[in-house]
Design a protein around this ligand. Structure first.
Ligand code: GLC
Length: 438
């Protein structure tokens, strides 16, 4: 009898494992349209975007998970809408902050896990226009301003909803949906909202989903959701922060708080870097949503290093701010972003429109490339009189310092390229070497 136990258990676990993965992969083949492929390249060229987490949770100044973390019952939490009046919100100011930081796109939370819609929607009254004294649609203003200023606008959209009955938060998933709830009605609700987002706000660069990880074994009906988006707007890119391999229908691969291929934050375990355009999202402080008690801010230097390392891995950086309940972005963020923008004014050529994955990122830094020019970013002093680029087989024509255009000595050998850094100007943030290759 015993000898059957192991095979039976094995089959059972294999089946459960398969069932867990089944739905995400139940997608038909996907061939992106030519508009979509063009949008992907434009997306890659942009390299730097502003993530905005803003909702009624900002009133409590304790991040966007406050309802969940402080175990606030939904009905009580809903009262926050009564006090949400962002009198200082000015879309022009936000877009200017992004532009001054050298950012090319904005991704804003249209609806987060608390289920509150920050836009005018017919699908639910629980939205900024109907449920707050403010009564206006900030996404509309933002869309108009972005269009005027040449900034792409993307919408974050939560799949997870802590409050709606048809989502059935906490319920067991059976046959792809939560028990005793009208899961189909939830899917329809999302489709209605996505249609609104894609038809009422001009061109939308990307829909950025999040929350899949809350119920990995549900049938999210991505086949319907993704084709709805691509049918309404072929150039709109689809991203999903699901922490698994991309699903057919998605156009970019996103990584949370980690560079592609890394897993320090713990969300990307076993996730392989795909051939899709890549994006990494990060916070300036600790939290995504406004945190009154924020203590640890990344320095401009740390952010520049993150941006450069992301570009070296061929990824965009989507850097987050959580505006305050009055609609202002806090001064700490503004000044940090401004310094990053100053750096980009001078060195943007080495980031925008470049491609990465030339070499794996090194202790000393990384490389970005544009046609026959490579930018070697020395972020940390190598501690030797040279920078060594392993397994480099492209023929180098010249090496010069980016700042002063001083010629640098180099030596090409079978094991790699040595560039002698003697002529490099001391630069505390990033010493850039320009390599011309054949
Ligand atoms: C996580 C969090 C969420 C945040 C997101 C940004 O998934 O649940 O609050 O919006 O990361 O990447």
């Amino acid at each position: 009898m015993k000898k059957f136990v192991f095979p039976i258990l094995f089959c059972l676990f294999t089946f459960v494992g398969y069932a867990q993965q089944k739905y995400p992969y139940e997608m038909s083949e996907y061939t992106p349209s030519s508009e979509n492929l063009k949008a992907r390249e434009e997306f890659r060229n942009m390299r730097f975007g502003l993530f905005i987490h803003w909702g009624i949770y900002s009133v409590l100044g304790d991040g966007e998970w406050v309802m969940h973390n402080q175990r606030i019952p939904y009905d009580k939490y809903k009262r926050l809408a009564d006090f949400f009046y962002p009198m200082d919100f000015d879309a022009r100011e936000w877009v200017k902050i992004a532009k001054d930081a050298g950012m090319k796109y904005i991704t804003i939370t249209s609806r987060h896990h608390d289920g509150f819609s920050m836009f005018d929607t017919e699908a639910s009254d629980y939205n900024i226009v109907d449920a707050t004294p403010y009564g206006k649609d900030p996404l509309k203003e933002l869309a108009e301003e972005c269009k005027k200023e040449g900034i792409k606008l993307n919408f974050y959209y939560s799949l997870l909803d802590w409050g709606r009955e048809d989502y059935g938060f906490g319920k067991k998933i059976v046959d792809g949906g939560p028990v005793d709830t009208d899961w189909d009605s939830y899917i329809e609700f999302m489709k209605t909202q996505l249609t609104e987002l894609l038809t009422n706000y001009g061109e939308v660069g990307c829909v950025w989903f999040d929350g899949h990880w809350e119920r990995k074994n549900a049938n999210w009906h991505y086949d319907q959701i993704y084709s709805l988006i691509h049918d309404l707007s072929p150039a709109t890119l689809i991203a999903n922060n699901h922490h698994i391999q991309p699903i057919p229908g998605e156009d970019i691969q996103v990584f949370e708080r980690d560079l592609p291929g890394e897993n320090f934050a713990g969300y990307s375990k076993g996730v392989k870097v795909s051939k899709l355009p890549l994006e990494t999202c990060a916070t300036i402080g600790e939290a995504w949503g406004f945190n009154l008690n924020e203590k640890n801010y990344k320095s401009p230097k740390e952010i520049i290093h993150l941006l450069v390392k992301a570009a070296g891995k061929d990824a965009n950086l989507l850097l987050n701010v959580g505006p305050m309940p009055n609609g202002k972005i806090q001064p700490e963020f503004v000044s940090i972003l401004n310094e990053v923008g100053q750096w980009l004014k001078k060195y943007g050529e080495t980031i925008y429109g470049t491609r990465g994955q030339i070499i794996p990122n090194q202790e000393w830094g990384t490389i970005t490339a544009k046609d026959n020019t490579l930018f070697v970013h020395v972020l940390n002093q190598p501690g030797l009189p040279y920078v060594f680029i392993p397994q480099f087989d492209k023929k180098v024509l010249s090496a010069t310092s980016f700042d002063k255009n001083v010629k640098l000595k180099f030596k090409q050998q079978k094991e790699g390229l040595f560039i002698y850094t003697g002529g490099l100007k001391e630069n505390d943030i990033d010493q850039i070497i320009k390599l011309k290759i054949k």
